[in-house]
Ligand binder design. Sequence first.
Ligand code: PEP
Ligand code: MN
Length: 475
Amino acid sequence: MTVPPIPGSGRSGAHNAPLRGAAPERLSAPDAGIAAPWDTWRSREALQQPHYPDRDAVEDVTTVLRRQPPLVFAGEVDDLRAWLGAAGRGDAFVLTGGDCAETFAEATADHLRLKIQTLLQMAVVLTYGASLPVVKIGRIAGQYAKPRSADMETRDGVTLPSYRGDAVNSYEFTPQARIPDPARLLELYHHASSTLNLIRAFTKGGYADLRLVHHWNRGFTQNPAYAKYESLAEEIHRAVKFMEAAGANFEAMREVDLYSSHEALLLEYESAMTRIDSRSGDAYNTSGHFLWIGERTRDLEGAHIELLARVRNPIGVKLGPTTSVSQMLGLVERLNPDGEEGRLTFITRMGADKIRDVLPPLLEASVADGRPVTWTTDPMHGNTITSSTGYKTRRFETIMDEVRGFFEAHEDVGTVPGGIHVELTGDDVTEIVGGSEELDDEGLRRRYETVVDPRLNHQQSLEMAFQVAELLRRN
Ligand code: PEP
Ligand code: MN
């Protein structure tokens, strides 16, 4: 398997992460009292922001945040941008996965380990299927804030502010718990920091060793429910054996890069985490490597676009089924006017029944525009339903149908399906129906644990990876 060089970094190999060049980077915040160049978002309309009762407390917290060390570094962010450029050209494939909403309570070593393990297992299967490096991105270490369709929630005649993620308020349905508390932004920072520490330890400390991850995957296919994936697993096994026999340097492949991402929703936090890189003079959002703008906050004139237009990070934008060609081109113009590869990723979330109609005209217009875009599919958010037992759920088969529709649309237009973006957990939860274990509406009761959207459990995530690997092989 040959691996194309990582653009811009002089490195090669998806599995390798040599140290970057000698110049030490310094990321600094502007001095107190001086407006930052990215503060222009403050004069734009900011949707989906918490209504904090005490503005002075917000000031105090953001002053502290501005003094905290960056969570991610400019060099890493630049590497990811280059990788996303490669995925846009068809030289890599992106796997983004993690919770709809991380919670402070579940930012524990056990939960994180299983989530990281799941992503690594999926990545090995996809790498084989695509014969390409897989760019691994977690919805992790910062995915703590949620946009909501309603500001208020009513239960049994009681109306309180909606839960907006642990970064804003508490899930518990009491008046006190639901008041937005800016001190939670600091908690968010510290949880993101300890999560990133664990990710760095796991991915650089031998836990990501291909042979180990492959061994876990063999365990998965030994379960009779997943026997149909055994032949693909066997092929991977032979490939690993072949590499071993041919003298592949497994020691050098013990490390992987796992990047962090989240929806850049809370503008006070995202803005306070933005720093100037001393080497380039450019602004970087140091709260995560990849930031995306959600379907509800992607207004061209809005504050979210204004803030992210001013940082160097690779940016994603969710595109729902009503996205027009002019909105899409407006986003390219606002976020990637110079047409830099890897800068802009569109994450389509159209719904399985719409993607085959809605996506092709957008792809055609993007080709005609000529500026590069990396296209990925979120097959989750357009396919949410309520089960007969009253749970917010999704069907595994419908999710896979949207993924297939995504591949078909790209095939029709001659563009590159660059990756998948999914909500998953490493735990054995029961939130999504279907899959080979045939979880049904009744089964949802067993372990329905998500605080917002339903996630693929560990087994369903691996099953998806095997199915996507088959699609990639045909591609
Ligand atoms: C999400 O990714 O959890 C989300 C809210 O997505 P969207 O903005 O596409 O609805
Ligand atoms: Mn979600």
